[in-house]
Ligand binder design. Sequence first.
Ligand code: OGA
Ligand code: NI
Length: 349
Amino acid sequence: MGLQVDPAFVQAAEHRPKPTISDAGSIPLIDLSPLLHHHIPSDPSDPAITDELSNLITQIGEVCRDWGFFQVVNHGVEVELLERIQAAAREFFALPAEEKRRVQRGVLNPLGYYDTEHTKNVRDWKEVFDFVVNESETDSLLLKNQWPEYPPAMREACEEYVEGAEKLSYKLLELIAMSLNLPAKILNSFFEDSTSFTRLNHYNPCPSPDLVLGVGRHKDGGALTVLFQDEVGGLDVKSKANGEWVRVKPIRNSFIVNVGDIIQVWSNDKYESVEHRVSVNSEKDRLSIPFFFNPAASTNVKPLEELVSEDNPPKYHEYNWGDFFKSRKDSNFQKLEKENIQIYHFKRV
Ligand code: OGA
Ligand code: NI
């Protein structure tokens, strides 16, 4: 019997998903309800910090250190926004291929529809639609949204959803800053003119789920990712404790949050960006909606001065986020001979 999928999708043997995956526990769960009735004071020693909030900050610090991944409930993003964007995404991906290709990404503009993304040079079993919060154009990078004609409600559903996702991301960023004993808003200004973008991921059922991945193993290059997934499941996280892949159990209306490479560098490796991937299955299609919270293209990323010292010297050289982002976007567009850009290329030896 021949292969049931194009060889471009087939993972090397050591990266294929095992038929059984650990479901001994999942990533930690954090209840954000203290934020529903308290704002985050800007100074970590502010007496307005209640025990509830201070416990939350401690928990955030522990999960960022031990897992790099966690789920949040009572996050304040309205369920109605989640329902509308899911409905629009399902309608969009159900359109005929030629209709979706009308908003296909190109070499110059990486936004829109795309079904040939490669992760580490193996094709992903997925189709995506990307859009940014802030459209922009520089000499090297054009970020311009391409909205489809159908479904007509898609643009509004996406724009309203992202307001909620961005607000939540700022709260998480502030909690993370506090957990590093820094003023809550110390990182916020990096996100003016952000290059944040949202991706609608659609994974079709696959005849050979043992050979392929929906997204190959990778780390997210930005600051934080806030991801909504439907009830199917398939996101696997590499446990820092034992190196095993752990499936993230879907919890209705929750978000999955993970630290990206930029927080790893800012925190000088205190909070590491963790490898993850997406397994697919032969029966059900799956939808996920990550919001990639990324700073402005002009941001030069390096360990925060407040966190380095003689005893803890900076572990990275400075790099420019806009250049890194562009290089990633280019390399995912086509199969290359060499590995794409990674933060360890900036590691000091
Ligand atoms: C990604 C990603 C996970 C998922 O798009 O970077 O890791 O569950 N997606 O779709
Ligand atoms: Ni990812």
